[in-house]
Design a protein around this ligand. Structure first.
Ligand code: SAH
Length: 231
């Protein structure tokens, strides 16, 4: 069973974009996952192809209509579709590596990209959309968030990253930030590689990396350490 992604957007030309290149693009070409992109505007109303309207209660901007979005969702996802439906939203739960790994083990995803001020609350409830955010900042649309989320999932799919890299040593996978990396040349602008890394002593290297990870996380992301202690 391959991972199936369906994306609903007003800007279908933004896809596959980065997802068509490098690791994700090769996996797409090799059918390790599939991507369906649908234009929400195909379900617009009337001659003017309307998809949005003024917010009830007044205020700035426009809101994506519930009926238009629901029709677009129903065209790609039947009620018994097992795939989670995510709505890209700055007020959603923060997306994490843990969720990326969980989703990579599932059947796929339906992703709704918002635009304008957002979407009518009733379609969120009526179609069981889970609001997910990629960070505490506001994008102009959900497409970049959808691209980021899918990229993080696709690289974890079986056979995508290759045998030499399981992905389990990376930042967040063990709750910590990753240790620093070095490669050739041995000396760069007077800066050398820490001796331990060239000592050939694998146990010492592992211990050094673990200590670096911990120190870096304590310095940059104490919240991650606090989160680990709670678990
Ligand atoms: N008025 C909204 C912001 C709308 S931004 C608010 O204050 O919450 C327009 C669209 O961009 C959103 O509907 C969402 O789909 C997307 N978007 C913006 N920031 C995002 C983020 N941090 N994570 C995920 N999606 C985001």
């Amino acid at each position: 069973m391959t991972f199936r992604a369906s994306i609903l957007t007003l800007y279908p030309d933004m896809f596959p974009g980065p997802l068509g290149m490098s690791l994700a693009g090769e996996a797409l070409a090799n059918q390790k996952w599939s991507l369906e992109v649908k234009n929400i505007r195909d379900h617009s109303l009337g001659n003017h192809r309307t998809v949005d309207d003024r917010p009830a209660g007044g205020g700035p901007g426009m809101v994506l209509r519930a009926d238009v979005l629901a029709a677009a969702i129903d065209a790609v996802s039947a009620p018994d579709d097992p795939r989670p439906r995510l709505l890209m939203s700055p007020r959603g739960r923060p997306f994490t590596q843990g969720e990326a790994r969980l989703l990579s083990e599932g059947p796929g995803l339906v992703i709704v990209c918002g635009r304008f001020e957002g979407v009518d609350q009733r379609v969120i409830e009526a179609r069981g959309l889970q609001e997910v955010s990629i960070g505490d900042f506001v994008l102009s649309g959900g497409e970049i968030a959808a691209t980021a989320i899918l990229d993080s999932i696709v690289r974890l799919l079986p056979g995508v990253m290759g045998h030499d890299h399981s992905g389990t040593e990376e930042s967040f996978e063990n709750g910590l930030l990753e240790y620093p990396h070095y490669t050739k040349p041995r000396e760069f602008e007077g800066l050398t590689i820490p001796d331990i890394l060239t000592s050939g002593d694998h146990a010492k290297v592992a211990a050094w990396r673990q200590a670096q990870s911990l120190a870096l996380t304590e310095e940059r992301r104490p919240d991650l350490i606090a989160h680990m202690k709670k678990r």
